[in-house]
Write a protein that binds this ligand. Structure first.
Ligand SMILES: [Fe+2]
Ligand SMILES: [Fe+2]
Length: 178
């Protein structure tokens, strides 16, 4: 599969998760209570799938390949913006994980912050994805030959193969540090 089409398929999964988060957020607000196990699941999805697996391929493979090309300045600027947005999502997820942990340990003052951060992350993805799909991906394709796209497809598959191993290697590392 064309690497851009693969990224678009991943966007569909991320957007579906976003809809689920939106639905849960509504009930958390109504009940004035957060299901911290659900938020942990959402954080794991964002970290593993949206960030490590998806942003990982965008930044580590697609953007890296584009850095070797003479990009039109607006496209180069857009690529930098997208990286900054990924950084923002990473940092916000970290803050959400901290607030969720504190809330789970009984600090109810973290409820409002946790809800706000979860909402911020959930509402970030549609705009980010639209930006990539409407202004970035198609112009990118013009910089690559068929041969380069096929090579990128192989790189994507190799990257994906490593994700589960890396996820659990990191988990074991974190647990043994505690
Ligand atoms: Fe992205
Ligand atoms: Fe993306």
């Amino acid at each position: 599969m064309n690497p851009i089409d693969q990224l678009k398929q991943e966007h569909v999964v991320i957007l579906r998760m976003g809809l689920d988060i939106e639905r849960r957020l509504k009930s958390f607000r109504e009940q004035d209570h957060v299901d911290t196990a659900y938020v942990d699941t959402a954080i794991d999805f964002i970290r593993t799938y949206a960030d490590f697996c998806h942003h990982g391929k965008e930044e580590g493979i697609l953007f890296r390949a584009l850095e070797g090309k003479e990009l039109e300045p607006p496209l180069a600027r857009l690529m930098k913006d997208l990286v900054l947005e990924h950084d923002w999502a990473r940092a916000t997820t970290k803050r959400l994980a901290e607030a969720n942990r504190a809330y789970a340990e009984g600090d109810t003052d973290q409820l409002a912050l946790g809800l706000r951060l979860l909402h911020q992350i959930q509402s970030f993805y549609p705009g980010h994805i639209t930006k990539e799909e409407s202004r970035f991906f198609n112009p990118c394709l013009e910089y690559f030959s068929e041969h380069e796209l096929t090579a990128m497809e192989t790189e994507f598959a190799e990257f994906d193969r490593k994700v589960i191993h890396e996820k659990y290697r990191r988990l074991v590392e974190t647990l043994s540090e505690e």
